[in-house]
Design a protein around this ligand. Structure first.
Ligand code: BES
Ligand code: MN
Ligand code: ZN
Length: 491
């Protein structure tokens, strides 16, 4: 697809359709958008007068053959209250608008940016919103495909930078790649298939990729990861993708991105109930996010070194599966009593965090669909964010704000860590019922050691269980924008 910044003069742009943004002002309760009257010879005013369109967030109005434009269709997209405009709100408004047009044969699209937002911020919101909304989770449908035929996108804006456009495109494409991987079902995307898909993607992007196989994991003594993999016929892998900058800052940070990639989570011997178990095909969304992020980072070339470490297993209850009560020895030497085989994400991440630090990562972020408890706490709105270092945690929170992703700081502390005591091993893999997202994070904290580390529990935000106005059902790509923002901020 082709993207370009076009001048401010919307009437000069030739396109099949135009998306135009409208805000409302809480004072006057009427949409702000006098320029649309000019482009539609007064139709805009009429629609407003008839109360058909008020500029409310995610509302739209379609105008055919707008006389003042060289486009067959104008879709007005409401962004809501002008004083509350944010990147995220405009991104959703843009996506909602494009979901309405995407199957209507639009090949060339033009869009404005809402005024009230900084021009670069506006470009980012609109481009990301449209690209994310253009994604469809229908790879395996052989009929009734809702195909988009979009070929070009022109943004009509004054004083925006090419850099802002490039960042938006790379970020959204990285996010869509993460969604593509996370949406694959467990039979089609096993740990080995994930490894070969990532190897291919890394090759296309000029990234180094190394896949550690079972024998290598055994020689590295990754007992926690290997324990989870035992119940499956599918061998485990650890995927390592490296981005090395051309001119690394001497003594600069080395970012480690660790992502949980359980290609299917049955719970193992601590088997999950059948209702909704199919959703556990998304249990590799954390790993997928790290892959999407490192691909975007490679396209944007910051000066920070980034290593993605993705432990991947299938959690099955086969005859050789680990049992509740088993004791495994992690790569760090710490022994773990596996009280519940369904708490597998933290086991594979324990070995991966140790390994990432060994590879020289000075700052770690992990992303994982780790606990149902975080969904109880924060619903499907905020990602839970935990950390062992105030400064690093603050940097990730700030990056999430700038990237327009909702992440909420959660606590850690010895009161929680103590809940993981085991009478027979160094630590147990689960705590008592309450505070389950926190005890899971406290378990990981132990394996991050002294390295500044942030844990993102994306169990509530990694996928949409139903179709959204701006997105199809399935993986959301949560985490990718924040991680890209973070790498660019420190690099
Ligand atoms: N992958 C699940 C967590 C999950 C649950 C993600 C619901 C998304 C939606 C994880 O491996 C898991 O099973 N966690 C258990 C932990 C428990 C056994 C302590 C959970 O949350 O129930
Ligand atoms: Mn589980
Ligand atoms: Zn899981």
């Amino acid at each position: 697809m082709e993207f370009r910044l076009a001048g401010e003069d919307l009437a000069a742009i030739e396109a099949d359709a135009v998306i135009g943004f409208v805000t409302d002002s809480s004072e006057s309760e009427s949409p702000v958008g006098g320029e649309w009257n000019r482009h539609t010879s007064g139709l805009f005013g009429e629609i407003v007068a008839r109360n058909e369109f008020k500029g409310k967030h995610r509302s739209t109005a379609l105008i055919h053959n707008p006389v003042g434009l060289r486009a067959g269709r104008l879709l007005l997209a409401g962004c809501g209250d002008r004083s509350k405009l944010t990147l995220a709100r405009v991104r959703d408004a843009a996506g909602t608008a494009w979901r309405q047009l995407r199957t209507a044969g639009v090949r060339s699209l033009a869009a404005t940016v809402p005024d009230g937002l900084d021009a670069n911020e506006g470009v980012r919101a609109v481009v990301e919103g449209i690209l994310l909304a253009d994604y469809e989770s229908d790879t395996h449908k052989t009929d009734e495909k809702d195909r988009s035929v979009l070929e070009s996108l022109a943004i009509s804006v004054r004083d925006a930078s090419q850099d802002a456009l490039d960042r938006a495109v790379a970020t959204a494409e990285g996010q869509n790649r993460a969604r593509e991987l996370a949406n694959e079902p467990g039979n089609l995307l096993t740990p080995s298939v994930l490894a070969s898909r990532v190897t291919g993607l890394a090759q296309d992007t000029g990234l180094e990729c190394e896949v550690l196989d079972q024998a290598r994991l055994e020689s590295l003594k990754m007992g926690a990861l290997l324990g989870v993999a035992r119940g499956s016929k599918e061998p485990p892998v650890m995927i390592v993708v490296r981005y090395r900058p051309d001119a690394p800052a001497p003594d600069g940070p080395h970012l480690g991105l660790v992502g949980k990639a359980v290609t299917f989570d049955t719970g193992g011997i601590s088997l999950k109930p059948p209702a909704d178990m199919h959703l556990m095909k998304h249990d590799m969304a954390g790993g997928a996010a790290m892959i999407g992020a490192v691909l975007a980072i490679a396209a944007l070339k910051p000066s920070v070194a980034v290593t993605a470490v993705i432990p991947s297993v299938e959690n099955m209850p086969g005859g050789e599966a680990q049992r509740p009560g088993d004791i495994v020895t992690t790569r760090s030497g710490t022994t773990v009593e596996v009280l519940n085989t369904d708490a597998e994400g933290r086991l594979i991440l324990a070995d991966a965090l140790t390994y990432a630090a060994e590879l020289g990562c000075t700052h770690l972020v992990d992303a994982a669909t780790l606990t149902g408890a975080i969904v109880v706490a924060l619903g499907n709105v905020y990602t839970g964010l935990f950390g062992n270092d105030k400064d690093w945690t603050g940097q990730v929170v700030q990056a999430s704000r700038r990237a327009g992703e909702k992440m909420w700081p959660m606590p850690l502390g010895e009161e929680y860590s103590e809940l993981l005591r085991s009478p027979v091993a160094d630590v147990a893999n689960i705590g008592p019922r309450w505070g389950g997202a926190i005890t899971a994070a406290a378990f990981l904290e132990r394996f991050a050691g002294d390295t500044p580390w942030v844990h993102l529990d994306i169990a509530g935000t990694a996928w949409f269980e139903s179709k959204q106005p701006h997105a199809p059902v399935g993986a959301s790509g949560a985490g990718v924008p924040t991680l890209v923002e973070l790498a660019l901020a420190i690099g």
